[in-house]
Design a protein around this ligand. Structure first.
Ligand code: DGL
Length: 285
């Protein structure tokens, strides 16, 4: 595989563009092919089997685009599908969860860490698994915060309602004496300023997207896949539905001009027998 090939990034929808932002900052020479599964979002309340099936379909699409490595930008898909995909792929693949957990373990002094994410990520138990592997004495306090996603997508970031909801979700975590809080969902870093007003400066907010971009750079280097010269050609964005809405919202997440409406293409999944069969066999077994 050539280092000049693009990297593939996918998410359940728009949120993964927060990871794209960090990737662009840390890997400015790379060309990105992004897939947002806007027809089937949210993943955060779906079963592991479904998220694995969707992720397999997206990975197949990205491999057809000849990507050299893949980033799962979605926390939920990282939590539920990364291990399955890793064992099936020849290209390097990384998720956002492990880098986020590693960073949280590094910053905590009280050994009390808060984790906020979707229901599926929280229920998977993956953050505490990684954290306890690093240090079995770490105490993990977790909370699903599903309302943060629509608030961000509605643009209600600097808003009284949002601040009330942040309090409602986080007050009891803060009372536990945590000194690090993992923002374990693609959308949550966009609420970081408001969350910090509630948590105060004594709690470090950990952004898995930032940590993932750093780790991904090492992964490319290790595999001799880091692109040293800037790529010609634009980043490509694919969605499974609603390209106009995606282009508008991605513009507000990523900054104006990076996602142009004409660069957002729609790709609809055919019934893919090979993927569905694997899924059905796994479900029966
Ligand atoms: N991208 C998802 C995540 O990071 C949030 C949205 C969803 O539920 O699909 O977990």
């Amino acid at each position: 595989m050539s280092s000049s090939a693009p990297i593939g990034v996918f998410d359940s929808g728009i949120g993964g563009t927060t990871v794209v932002k960090e990737l662009m900052a840390s890997l400015p020479n790379e060309r990105i092919i992004y897939f947002g599964d806007t027809a089937r979002v949210p993943y955060g309340n779906k079963s592991a089997g479904t998220v694995i099936m969707y992720s397999r379909q997206i990975v197949k699409f990205l491999l057809e685009k000849k990507v050299k490595a893949i980033v799962i930008a979605c926390n939920t898909a990282s939590a539920l599908a990364l291990e399955a995909l890793k064992s099936e792929l020849e290209v390097p693949i990384i998720g956002v969860v492990k880098p986020g957990a590693k960073a949280a373990a590094e910053v905590t002094k009280s050994n009390k860490i808060g984790v906020i994410a979707t229901h599926a990520t929280i229920n998977s138990g993956i953050y505490e698994d990684f954290l306890h592997k690093t240090d079995p004495d770490i105490q993990v306090f977790k909370k699903a915060c599903p309302l943060f996603v629509p608030l961000v997508e509605e643009g209600w970031v600097d808003d009284d309602i949002t601040r009330q909801i942040i309090h409602r979700y986080l007050d009891d975590l803060i009372e536990k004496g945590i000194d690090a809080l993992v923002l374990g969902c693609t959308h949550y870093p966009l609420l970081a300023d408001e969350i910090r007003k509630v948590t105060g400066d004594g709690i470090t907010l950990v952004n898995p997207a930032f940590e993932c971009a750093r780790e991904f750079r090492y992964l490319l280097e290790e595999n001799n896949l880091l692109c040293e010269i800037g790529q010609t050609g634009e980043h490509e964005f694919y969605v499974s539905d609603g390209p106009k809405a995606f282009a508008e919202l991605a513009g507000s997440f990523l900054g104006e001009g990076i996602v142009k409406r004409e660069n957002v293409k729609v790709y609809t999944f055919e019934n893919d027998d090979s993927v569905l069969k694997t899924y059905q066999i796994k479900r029966r077994g």
